[in-house]
Design a protein around this ligand. Structure first.
Ligand code: SF4
Length: 290
């Protein structure tokens, strides 16, 4: 169900931009997400989204954004896409992301977006304008196998579509890359899969890939994940329970080897593979006092 809500503020300040693509501010225009990835962290109780099937539309977000940006002294990067995809399907109707990008462009702020959707192409021209300051778009890709993706990210556009969108944005001069996380243990954690992601990312214009070799699981999120494992990978629940129990951070047993392979492949394709080496990370904190 789609519900319209009003909120009191729209930007929050990130205490550690260096761990989050250099984003000083974060913004979520929606709560809940229609892509329904089986591993979605936003289902955890701490985020207090009671029914993840609902998408809450922050209808006063743009008004607030304009007001809050006019008061900011620091033109830090505005990050979006961590808690809800900025191009979840309702965006087609409400266009809050498009309006927010126009507003960000008007105020001359830089932006970093994370998405699984090729709907971002709709906003290519606005992102090009923001690029004069800084615009980067990270596409989350956990596998390049469209069939597997349809099981773990059931309503998100396929990895093939995401890669195609990345290629188009990159050709338009927008910085693009991949968030390769989570990599689901016993499902996506094999060397060939990691190599394939890096290769495809390189072929489609990625200049960076930030990876993590495992998944985090807690409370409601774990319950949902296990329910979906039972439906799609019925042999895996016992294995997860045996290996991870109630552990929050569930690293792949092969994570060390996968990390080495990942680093090697990124080096081979000249792709940045760590957050601290993103050229714009830190840079804006030093340059952006106005
Ligand atoms: S796209 Fe992101 S926010 Fe949306 S369901 Fe998937 S993991 Fe959650």
């Amino acid at each position: 169900m789609i519900k319209e809500i009003e909120v009191k503020s729209i930007l929050s300040t990130n205490e550690h931009p260096e761990y989050w693509f250099g984003a000083k501010y974060t913004m979520n225009l929606y709560r809940g997400c229609e892509h329904r990835c089986i591993y979605c962290d936003s289902m955890s109780q701490c985020y207090r989204i009671d029914n993840f099937e609902d998408v809450l539309v922050k209808v006063n977000a743009i008004e607030l954004l304009r007001e809050e940006l006019s008061k900011k002294r620091l033109k830090g990067i505005i990050g979006t896409g961590a808690m809800s995809d900025p191009y979840t399907f309702v965006e087609g109707k409400y266009k809050l992301t498009e309006k927010a990008l126009k507003c960000i462009s008007d105020f001359g702020f830089p932006v970093h977006m994370i998405t699984k959707s090729d709907m971002v192409l709709r906003d290519k021209e606005i992102l090009q304008q923001i690029s004069r300051t800084h615009a980067s778009v990270a596409f989350t890709i956990t596998t390049v196998d469209d069939v597997l993706s349809a099981k773990v990210e059931p309503f998100a556009p396929s990895p093939t579509r995401r890669l195609k969108a990345m290629k188009e944005l990159s050709a338009a001069g927008i910085i693009t890359g991949v968030t390769m996380m989570p990599i689901l243990p016993f499902i996506e954690d094999d060397e060939e899969s990691i190599k394939a992601i890096v290769k495809k990312a390189s072929e489609n214009g990625a200049s960076f890939i930030i990876g993590a070799f495992g998944v985090t699981l807690r409370d409601r999120q774990r319950d949902y994940y296990y329910k979906k494992l039972d439906e799609n990978f019925p042999w895996l629940r016992d294995k997860y329970e045996e290996v991870y129990g109630e552990t929050y951070s569930c690293s792949s047993p092969k994570s060390k080897r996968l990390y080495d392979v990942f680093k090697e492949e990124c080096k081979r394709y000249h792709i940045i593979s760590s957050m601290k080496h993103l050229p714009w990370n830190k840079e804006y904190e030093q340059l952006s006092f106005i």
